[in-house]
Design a protein around this ligand. Structure first.
Ligand code: COA
Length: 297
């Protein structure tokens, strides 16, 4: 469609945007909850697209870390889809990311079942870097110490060994070198790992003095989803027992801290997923599998 204008969103756009985003997905949409926050986010730009003088699209781009931009919230009014609006907004997000935010990479996720954005991203040169799945289980006290054997919170003396483990881990490669906090993915560098350790949110599975698994956790989901849950941000073990011991540790840790649900995010690795299922973690139902796309700028 000719004459698509992409511009920075204003407070006055709110009503119109909410009108065409109230029921984007079968479960509704989350735009209403984030519109004001995104509009006022100093490290982000909230964009709208106009066609025929009307606001028909929304998109958000944010600098999440030095050099890394995150795209989110792409929405086009049903009546204006397939007319180039999504493409125009995504290109503008990429321009802003590169020229105004100095980012060298842009990332975005789409639900595995959602094909239109996947096609759009492929058309614009994004490539798939990973796939992550979410599994859930109610928090529970794990009384049998054998079930969490060899698992403990990591101390700072372990950072170098943990980083070495990650550097040669096939799961780290499969994860695209990324971790997630509440539906945003970030590169996992040694300094990020150190931060998780210092915050008491890094867990190791170690046998005979050697690391065989790492789990990073975060509890910010409580605020974002208004529920008491805890998530794993990165999950990795080279042994089935490690997968189970780490997840049992998280179930117990969550129960002790009063969280209701554990949301376990992991890269979609068959062996990890099989081990999680064996101890009752449920995937897909209410959870999701997300494809992570990336584009060099
Ligand atoms: C995804 C979405 C933003 C795409 O917006 P759009 O304005 O319809 O997309 P465009 O018209 O700019 O399409 C650009 C390209 O994307 C691909 N594409 C978009 N929609 C498609 C569809 N339904 N089927 C196949 N390919 C599609 C095509 O390659 C298209 O290029 P082409 O028309 O030259 O073939 C829109 O479908 C939408 O709002 N969906 C609901 C919300 C959503 O799922 N957002 C993404 C969350 S990650």
């Amino acid at each position: 469609m000719a004459n698509i204008v992409v511009r920075i969103a204003e407070l006055d756009d709110r009503k119109r945007v909410l009108a065409f985003t109230s029921s984007t997905f079968s479960w509704g949409d989350y735009i209403e909850r984030v519109f004001d926050r995104w509009l006022n986010d100093e490290s982000g730009r909230l964009l709208v697209a106009e066609a025929e003088g009307m606001v028909v699209g929304l998109s958000f781009v944010k600098l999440t870390k030095k050099g890394e931009a995150w795209l989110q919230g792409g929405r086009v009014d049903q009546n204006y889809r397939r007319t180039g609006v999504g493409e125009a907004m995504t290109k503008e997000c990429l321009r802003i990311a590169k020229e105004e935010m100095n980012a060298s990479v842009a990332r975005v996720i789409t639900d595995k079942t959602n094909l239109p954005p996947q096609r759009l991203l492929t058309k614009l040169g994004f490539r798939v870097v990973s796939e992550f799945s979410e599994f859930e289980k109610a928090a529970e006290r794990i009384k049998d110490p054998l079930l969490t054997r060899d698992v403990r919170l990591a101390g700072e003396e372990l950072i170098t060994d943990m980083w070495r483990y990650l550097r040669s881990s096939p799961i780290f490669r499969k994860s695209g070198g990324l971790y997630t906090v509440w539906f945003v993915w970030y590169s996992l560098g040694k300094e990020d790992l150190a931060r998780f350790v210092k915050d008491g949110k890094a867990v190791v599975y170690a046998r005979d003095g050697k690391i065989h698994g790492i789990m990073l956790v975060d509890d910010s989901t409580i605020e974002a989803k208004n529920e008491k849950s805890i998530q794993s941000c990165y999950f990795d073990s080279d042994a089935g027992e490690g997968v189970q011991a780490l997840s049992n540790f998280l179930l117990d840790y969550a129960a002790k801290k009063g969280f209701g649900t554990v949301r376990l995010w992991t890269c979609s690795d068959n062996e990890i997923i099989e081990s999680l299922r064996q101890i009752g973690f449920i995937g897909e139902v209410g959870g999701s599998t997300e494809i992570v796309y990336s584009k060099e700028l």
